[in-house]
Design a protein around this ligand. Structure first.
Ligand SMILES: Nc1nc2c(ncn2[C@@H]2O[C@H](COP(=O)(O)OP(=O)(O)OP(=O)(O)O)[C@@H](O)[C@H]2O)c(=O)[nH]1
Ligand SMILES: [Mg+2]
Length: 359
């Protein structure tokens, strides 16, 4: 009986053991399954994250693509095209400034046309617009001025071919002819050149005494006739005197009247016909605007001028008269008169005038 019981027990234990080991196997497998599940979950999570990252990238790219053209647009907005309308708007203001600077209408119109040619339809960055227009305007104005040769060098060059040289000065009354002649005499002397005065203003009372006063101060000979005599004959005698005495330059003073005065213009023409001067210089006031055009035109058309001296630039020189007279005559401005002393004669410098106009 014990034997049987023992065997039964053995069998029972064996079965139990088998059950336990099966249970253990089951547990193991369960653990394995959990592990695998975790692994899969992890993989899914990683893949999800990857996908999300990709999505994010794509979205960002989309945004970037959207933003790029906007940036370009911004740059485009920063530029403006100068249309006819915009040009007219800003030129209205400029016209006023030019007028205030004594520029004559004709020259203002010319500047408007030339500037239009240079800037209309051009695309310019907004913040560079002012500088762009300013530079182009300067270009236009600079081109109006005719470069003058150095006066003393010009005289010295001409003297190599002919001696004496005759220089006649003309202009309306009171423009500064006699004073300027004295200044030129002083300059010639300073440069080792000799000169004589021809008192060819036989028209205005006290004109001969006036030039004699300067001559005395400067130590210069004056050739004169009586008041009312022929100005051409006075100049002729002065040239004869210079020839005989080895003098370099004859400076011919003339009388001033309005540029519309026929007698004056005929008188000037005769002086030139008889004496064939080497230089004909128009002396005008810097303080006139439109008048400079009228005077320059009249003297240039009737007599033909080689150069210009603008006086009284110390009084109120804004640059407009210089601009106007250069534009209408296409002749160089040699000097600016800048006061009443003999050394108040400045070589004309267009850059200086440009600075004055644009300051
Ligand atoms: N401030 C200043 N005054 C000047 C200048 N040039 C001439 N003047 C003065 O202008 C006035 C007229 O000068 P004139 O030399 O007599 O002029 P003009 O052209 O000979 O005159 P008419 O012979 O009468 O036609 C005088 O009082 C001069 O002193 C200048 O550059 N600056
Ligand atoms: Mg005079």
């Amino acid at each position: 009986m014990f034997k049987l019981l023992k065997e039964k027990l053995k069998a029972l234990i064996k079965r139990k053991k088998e059950e336990v080991s099966e249970e253990k196997r089951g547990e193991k497998e369960e653990k394995k399954e959990i592990k695998e599940e975790k692994k899969v979950k992890k993989e899914v999570k990683e893949r999800k994250e990857k996908i999300e990252k990709k999505e994010e990238k794509r979205e960002r790219a989309k945004v970037e693509v959207k933003e790029k053209p906007r940036l370009l647009e911004k740059l485009k907005i920063g530029k403006i095209k100068i249309s006819e309308e915009k040009f007219d708007d800003f030129f209205e203001e400029l016209r006023l400034i030019l007028w205030q600077n004594n520029a004559a209408n004709e020259v203002v119109e010319y500047i408007e046309e030339k500037l239009k040619e240079k800037i209309l339809g051009k695309e310019v960055k907004k913040n560079e617009l002012e500088k762009f227009i300013r530079d182009k305007l300067k270009e236009v104005i600079r081109e109006i001025f005719i470069d003058a040769p150095n006066f003393i060098e010009l005289i010295k060059d001409k003297l190599k071919e002919k001696k004496p040289l005759a220089i006649v000065f003309f202009g309306i009354n009171g423009s500064g002819k006699t004073t300027t002649i004295a200044k030129i005499a002083y300059l010639l002397k300073q440069n080792g050149l000799s000169c004589v005065f021809a008192a060819s203003d036989t028209f205005r009372a006290a004109s001969i005494e006036q030039i004699e006063k300067h001559a005395e101060k400067l130590g210069i000979k004056v050739i004169k006739h009586k008041y009312g005599s022929d100005p051409a004959a006075v100049a002729f005698d002065a040239i004869k005197y210079a020839k005989a005495n080895g003098i370099d330059v004859v400076l011919i003073d003339t009388s001033g009247r309005m540029h519309t005065d026929r007698n004056l213009l005929e008188e000037m023409k005769k002086i030139c016909r008889v004496n064939n001067p080497d230089l004909k210089i128009f002396v005008g006031e810097a303080i006139v605007g439109n008048d400079a055009i009228e005077q320059g035109k009249a003297f240039n058309d009737e007599i033909g001028i080689d150069g210009i001296i603008l006086t009284k630039a110390d009084v109120d020189e804004k640059g407009g008269a210089a601009l106007s007279i250069s534009y209408i005559t296409k002749k160089p401005i040699f000097f600016l008169g800048v006061g009443q002393s003999y050394d108040d004669l400045e070589s004309f410098d267009k850059e200086k005038i440009l600075d004055r106009i644009f300051e």
